[in-house]
Design a protein around this ligand. Structure first.
Ligand SMILES: [Zn+2]
Length: 473
């Protein structure tokens, strides 16, 4: 369907009128919360890129999508709409449609990627990228400009990367978006990280921690001092676990301070500090200040260097409970990583109280779950075929409309928890290797990531592929 600019404008004002007259289910309002990078000058957009492409965009989005979105929009930001001209209202709605659908599908990221002859929109859902739409190449500039306006970025700067944020309200939910732009070969690519606090449960059992693990964690976090580390690669849910522990510890008589980069979720009653390395506000400088702020519990977003490790450990040794994350593959090798950062073995053994190594696996969709008929071959390739498993118990969902045909819905955590007792501390102090430490921990009952993965696969919670993907034997 091709519309003239006049028709576009009429359509836009019609839609706006409808919105004002209470046809509205869920209000969405855009607030710009921060902008960085580039000057703020020249932010007047006349929508010059929007004219030709709006009908293309409209077509690409198909009207059903656009209308659906329109019903959900209470107040389009009038300033923005005016500044880009009514003829570009379709772009505004198109971008809103992309955003709203991502939120509904509980995506964690939106990728808008220009290629030679099209623009690809992908969502990351449960850790996996899924193509949502392909749009004509012409719309990329308008879409990027619209998103830049939403987070007050410089729309005339198209060559340098920029970072920004904006917040939308859907109903009574506030959803934050962290936006990053980067010029690629065929135009600017935009990635939006969705920080939807209401979509995330900050309760350990809901994340997938089982009864026995909860018992261990809840006992260790009651210690008044020591350091607790959550480890794993990016996207393994480390910060969600830490946040959940903080929620557990958050009582009126406890002073909790966090230094984060970035602050992902706001937690009432907790003093959260956003790091800004460009002004020298790093994990280590914030940590030093925390120690003069009468803290009980301190959370450091990540231990990236020896300096942060050292201050964290000293804080733990002087009567504070310190929580942090590290990028290591499993619990025993975490000790080795700290040694490599230049920390003395006796400091590690004296301060470290618990390491949780973790991964996320996607959960089988309950609506299309079925027996995994290829379980036997998968067990073979995992060298797990001689364990006497009842192979009929493994499940693999077939894919349905409820799971976007992926066969998966939601995620569950796999973890191995190493709690240090006196014997292990002595072992670390005298400089044991990771392998020796691992053996000792397993002898004392530590369940490895893969073992727990097999247990969850046998219970039909996840599939063998997922376990294979994130754990090693
Ligand atoms: Zn399904």
């Amino acid at each position: 369907m091709v519309r003239t600019r006049r028709q576009e404008a009429e359509l836009a004002s019609d839609l706006l009128k409808k919105n004002k007259s209470g046809l509205v289910a869920t209000p969405i309002a855009v607030t710009r919360t921060r902008s960085t990078g580039g000057s703020s000058g020249g932010s007047k957009n006349k929508g010059q890129d929007g004219d030709a492409s709006t009908s293309l965009l409209e077509e690409a989005f198909q009207f059903s999508d656009l209308n659906q979105t329109t019903e959900e929009i209470d107040e389009l930001d009038d300033d923005i709409l005016e500044s880009i001209g009514e003829e570009s209202a379709t772009i505004v709605k198109g971008v809103n449609a992309i955003i709203i659908k991502a939120v509904k599908l509980q995506a964690s990221d939106i990728h808008i990627e220009p290629y030679e002859d099209h623009v690809r929109i992908r969502y990351r859902i449960d850790g996996v990228l899924v193509t949502e739409k392909k749009l004509p190449k012409d719309v990329i500039t308008s879409i990027v400009s619209r998103i830049k306006i939403m987070c007050e970025l410089n729309i005339s700067e198209k060559r340098l990367p920029q970072d920004g944020r904006f917040r939308i309200k859907m109903g009574n939910r506030k959803i934050d978006f962290r936006v990053s732009t980067l010029r690629t070969l065929h135009g600017e690519k935009v990635v939006m990280r969705i920080l939807d606090q209401s979509a995330v449960s900050l309760e350990l059992p809901t994340l997938g921690f089982e009864e026995d693990a909860l018992g261990i964690i809840n006992k260790v976090i009651q210690d008044p001092y020591g350091i607790i580390l959550v480890t794993g690669p990016t996207g393994s849910g480390k910060s969600t676990t830490l946040y959940s522990i903080l929620v557990e510890l958050n009582k009126e008589d406890v002073n909790i301070s966090t230094t984060e980069d970035p602050v992902e979720y706001e937690l009432p009653g907790i003093n959260q500090v956003q790091c800004k390395s460009d002004i020298g506000l790093t994990f280590s400088t914030t940590l030093r200040s925390f120690l003069r702020q009468d803290p009980d519990v301190i959370m450091v977003g990540e231990i990236r260097d020896g300096e942060t490790a050292e201050i964290s450990i000293k804080a733990a040794l002087t009567g504070h409970l310190v929580l942090s994350t590290l990028h290591t593959n499993d619990a025993p090798s975490t000790v080795h990583r700290l040694l490599n950062m230049g920390i003395e073995p006796f400091l590690i053994s004296a301060s470290l109280s618990m390491i949780i190594a973790q991964r996320l696996v996607r959960k089988n969709c309950p609506h299309c779950i079925a027996e995994d008929e290829t379980a036997h071959n998968k067990l073979l390739s995992m060298n797990q075929d001689d364990r006497g498993y009842d192979e009929t118990k493994f499940k693999r969902s077939k894919g349905c409309s409820k799971c976007n045909n992926t066969g998966y819905k939601g995620r569950s955590v796999l973890y191995e928890i190493m709690v240090l007792d006196e014997e292990m501390r002595a072992f670390i102090a005298k400089g044991s290797t990771s392998i020796e430490l691992e053996k000792m921990a397993c002898d004392k009952g530590m369940v490895r990531l893969r073992e727990l993965g097999m247990k969850k696969a046998l219970a039909g919670i996840t599939s063998l592929e997922e376990v294979m993907k994130v754990t090693i034997s």
